[in-house]
Design a protein around this ligand. Structure first.
Ligand code: NAP
Length: 359
């Protein structure tokens, strides 16, 4: 595989730091540019991040001395120096749309963790194991943006990245209704227990905008490409509740599901253990070997024990049993800043590279 020079926009933030950590030793992608706001521009990465560094490992030695650029003021220069950028920024929505389209129109593809472009019908929103065929809409998007090479691809919200993968191989049984209660870690809010001490011994029953995202985004993931755009699926009916819980990393989901044709419990477990997506078939560097992992032990999955499975890129599932209102219920877990954020973004970029979209 060819090597690619990459930029990280929002490199000083929580997701940006994850990108930096994951990319420091990546076999295909080499960090060439780190960019953030004007507040960080001109400083070394080490100075700009300072006490905000929240990763368990230190800032990679060769990255700490890179001078941070201004993502907006230096856009044209950055776009000319890299093959594509990752983007995870905290800015007003209209500024994020302008920033991402700005890079794409400068013929620099954007792999985004931001929510702003997720529901555009010609922007692929990818869980690479579930809907890699949606890459086909990039051609339509390029026509809209007037680009030859530039485009935007996004990954979905972290809250759906345990239960959508777990339900995906069961679609052949006709999933008719889903209820998912999501117990979400504090790193999903860009926080640690040091920066958010109120979360110790606490639970907050509201995460702004999250239930909407976790009900709407699966319909796009399960949508079909028609006439060059993604047409969202019309079923299943999905209802969710999203709660913030005192866990550092790892979103857990308690899922109830109803089918048109109820499978046997053994058929569900077999579908999970045998499921392979495009990343496994292509052998992408960040792809977990076993995407969906079923635990027989009633005490699993646990955030602390299982979130780091396969580098935090695998999904853990347990407690599958029949339900009196729905057909089945189960619990599933994924790492919200790895599979659910930067790791998922890197996997999307690997898929795009393997399919030739950066050439
Ligand atoms: P964060 O820690 O607050 O970091 C925000 C980043 O945006 C910083 O690098 C900041 O740079 C940069 N920024 C702010 N204003 C800017 C400007 N005017 N121009 C250029 N850069 C600017 O946020 P985060 O938690 O990493 O989240 C970033 C994005 O990812 C958000 O859209 C969020 O919804 C999404 N996301 C987060 C998670 C998660 O698990 N945390 C998961 C999925 C998606 P300075 O340091 O210079 O201010």
């Amino acid at each position: 595989m060819k090597n690619y020079n990459v930029g990280v926009i929002g490199a000083t933030g929580m997701v940006g730091q994850r990108f930096v950590t994951l990319l420091a030793e990546h076999p295909w992608f080499k960090i060439k540019v780190l960019a953030a706001s004007g507040r960080s521009a001109g400083k070394t990465y080490r100075e700009a991040v300072g006490a905000k560094w929240a990763m368990k490992t230190p800032i990679p030695e060769k990255i700490g001395d890179i001078i941070v650029r201004d993502a907006i003021a230096d856009m044209a220069q950055i776009a000319s120096e890299v093959d594509f950028v990752f983007c995870a920024v905290d800015m007003p929505s209209e500024e994020i749309i302008a920033l991402e389209e700005g890079y794409a129109k400068l013929e620099c593809p954007v792999v985004s963790n931001n929510k702003e472009h997720r529901l555009y019908p010609d922007v692929p929103m990818l869980i690479p194991e579930c809907n890699s065929e949606h890459l086909a809409v990039i051609e339509t998007q390029r026509k809209r943006l007037g680009t030859k090479r530039g485009f935007i691809a996004v990954k979905p919200n972290c809250s759906i990245q345990s239960y959508v993968p777990a339900l995906h191989p069961l679609k052949e049984y006709g999933i008719s209704a889903v209820l998912a209660c999501n117990y979400q870690a504090i790193s999903g809010a860009g926080k640690t227990f040091e920066t958010w001490p109120e979360m110790v011994d606490n639970l907050i029953p509201f995460i702004k905008g999250e239930e909407q995202k976790s009900e709407i985004e699966p319909m796009k993931i399960w949508g079909e490409v028609k006439d060059g755009v993604i047409v969202p699926a019309e079923k299943p009916l999905i209802t969710t509740q999203c709660l913030r819980v005192p866990v550092s990393d790892g979103h857990t989901s308690a899922v109830f599901v109803k089918f048109e044709r109820k499978p046997l419990k053994e058929e569900i477990i077999k579908a999970w253990s045998e499921y392979k997506g495009e990343p496994q078939r292509l052998g992408l560097p960040s792809a977990p070997k076993q995407f969906l992992n079923y635990f027989e032990d009633d005490n699993r999955p646990q955030a602390k024990l299982d979130r780091d499975l396969e580098g935090g890129m695998a999904v853990s599932i347990g407690r599958l049993r029949e339900d009196s209102l729905f057909d089945y219920k189960f619990v599933c877990l994924s790492h919200n800043t790895l599979r659910g954020a930067a790791g998922g973004g890197v996997l999307v970029a690997e898929l795009l590279a393997a399919k030739g979209y950066f050439d």
